[in-house]
Design a protein around this ligand. Structure first.
Ligand code: SF4
Length: 493
């Protein structure tokens, strides 16, 4: 962007401190080519002496291996404490990416969130009836920044960083009081969270001193033994918020990192969430069930999700409640094969999971997964990675996640045949779809001209499927449909 736009400077990250420093730099009259402000990129005649020089733009544009190598070097330096500047030659000049900015301290964050925000859309939108997206966040509190989960498909690490910092309890309570006085407040705080709701502090004590580890992740493949998984401060804040005058309920709608939650020996957040902070449905993101796909995503093994589901059900039982988990799953992530997609469908069937919406992988700039998608290599070991890119392959993976839907029947049959899993077509308890049924038109209805009529049981099943998809005849119904069986439409990330 910087090269193409011809701008003097590009800022990345959250920017509150960076923009002030850039303004001071401009005032000083110094050339931007010498700028070393964290959180900026500039163009320079030469690579700075302290920069790590990666493969040139011209090299990576013609060689995917060079692209993968350049990506990994850059990826490894994205830490405000231990990271180094990166320089990349573009024709006769160098693009210099300075270190990422340090995350704001608690004091700085409190100051940012204490500013007198209008909390309303700009009046220019009045004539269009406002900004509907504001409803989602109008009565929500952003309590922290950063994420040490480091899922490979997520770009958060690049704009907020792996070092989590958070607002003080006092600052959050002040905002809770303010929300309670806002016009239209009905007693519900919709969310208290951030990139990951239950990350409130750095993963370990050393992150702020020496940075996050370059060679390992905090929670993957197994949680690091240095991880501090204490949730007591978050629990304390949630309790204080729900005691505020005019507040009836405080919900947690940001994603929960359940693997981190399970590490907390006190199990305090689980009890608190189930009893007070779920509006009937809890969103979590196992993303897949196949170990192979999860490995490429950087997500924990599905056994961890199983354990979470078990404890979630136990907690519901303890409090005599009946709430649902809404799992997010993703198809066609780099590395995810058709066999993996079948494994996920079998897992869903076994666990009675029926997501209403599914997400197909799309490349987000700057992530490890995007580098794999583009190069079909894993930049960490340069091994070949299978990537479902062709529309038919992607369609099969996506359809398998909603194998019950009549409109997906033929695609699922084709997918199972291609995967050599016709054993999953039939009447057995593990089968995904029945063996005999009428051919479908593309809308899922039976073809009128079909000679062979479907067995009655299948007709019943299809009718049930249709009813379940749209139980009240509404376009988008938000009811949960079974034990761990939910629907949702507002995925945050
Ligand atoms: S020591 Fe462990 S918890 Fe700390 S940054 Fe490294 S991987 Fe993360």
């Amino acid at each position: 962007m910087l090269v193409d736009s011809g701008a003097d400077v590009l800022m990345f990250g959250m920017g509150e401190n960076t923009i002030v420093k850039v303004a001071e730099w401009m005032k000083s009259g110094k050339p931007f080519s010498e700028c070393d402000i964290p959180g900026t990129c500039v163009m320079a005649k030469d690579a700075p002496n302290d920069a790590v020089v990666i493969e040139s733009y011209e090299e990576i544009a013609k060689d995917k291996k060079a692209y993968a190598r350049a990506f990994l070097t850059q990826y490894n330096q994205q830490d405000p404490v231990r990271g180094k500047r990166i320089a990349q030659k573009h024709a006769q000049r160098y693009l210099v990416q300075n270190k990422p900015p340090m995350p704001l301290t608690t004091k700085e964050l409190d100051k940012v969130y204490a500013l007198p925000y209008a909390r309303k859309w700009h009046p220019m939108y009045d004539k269009e009836g406002g900004v509907p997206a504001l409803q989602e966040v109008e009565f929500s509190i952003a309590s922290e920044r950063g994420c040490f989960g480091a899922c490979n498909f997520c770009a958060l690490t690049f704009h907020q960083g792996r070092i989590v910092t958070s607002r003080s309890k006092e600052s959050i309570i002040e905002e809770g009081k303010l929300l309670a006085k806002q016009p239209g407040f009905k007693g519900y705080i919709h969310d208290v969270g951030g990139p990951t709701a239950n990350f409130r502090h750095p993963a370990c004590d050393k992150q702020l001193k020496v940075g996050a580890c370059e060679k390992r992740q905090c929670l993957f493949p197994e949680p690091c033994r240095n991880v501090n998984a204490d949730h007591s401060e978050y629990v304390d804040i949630l309790r204080a918020l729900r005691e505020l005058p005019n507040v009836k309920k405080v919900f947690v709608r940001s994603g929960i990192r359940y693997d981190y939650m399970l590490l907390d020996k006190k199990n305090s957040l689980m009890n608190e969430l189930v009893k007070h902070h779920i509006s009937g449905q809890l969103k979590v993101a196992p993303e897949h069930a196949s170990s192979n796909a999860l490995k490429y995503m950087g997500k924990p093994d599905v056994k961890v999700f199983d354990e979470f589901l078990k404890r979630f059900k136990e907690a519901n039982k303890r409090f005599n409640m009946d709430q649902y988990v809404i799992p997010y799953f993703m198809s066609s992530h780099p590395g995810c094969t058709l066999q993996d997609a079948v494994e996920l469908a079998v897992y869903m069937k076994k666990n009675n999971l029926h997501p209403d919406q599914v997400q197909d992988f799309y490349p987000t700039p700057g992530t490890m997964s995007t580098a794999m998608f583009y190069t079909e290599l894993d930049p960490r070991d340069m091994k070949k990675v299978y990537v479902a890119k062709n529309p038919k392959d992607k369609e099969m993976q996506r359809a398998l996640m909603q194998y019950e839907r009549p409109q997906n029947r033929q695609i699922v049959v084709d997918a199972l045949r291609r995967a050599g899993r016709t054993d999953l077509i039939g009447r057995g308890p593990e089968c995904l779809i029945p063996a005999f049924s009428a051919p479908q038109n593309k809308d899922g209805g039976k073809k009128q001209e079909g000679k062979k009529s479907a067995p009655r049981t299948t007709d019943k099943k299809q009718a049930n499927d249709k009813r379940n998809q749209n139980p009240r005849g509404k376009k988008d119904d938000l009811r949960g449909k079974g034990k761990t069986h939910g629907v949702e439409r507002n995925r945050k990330r």
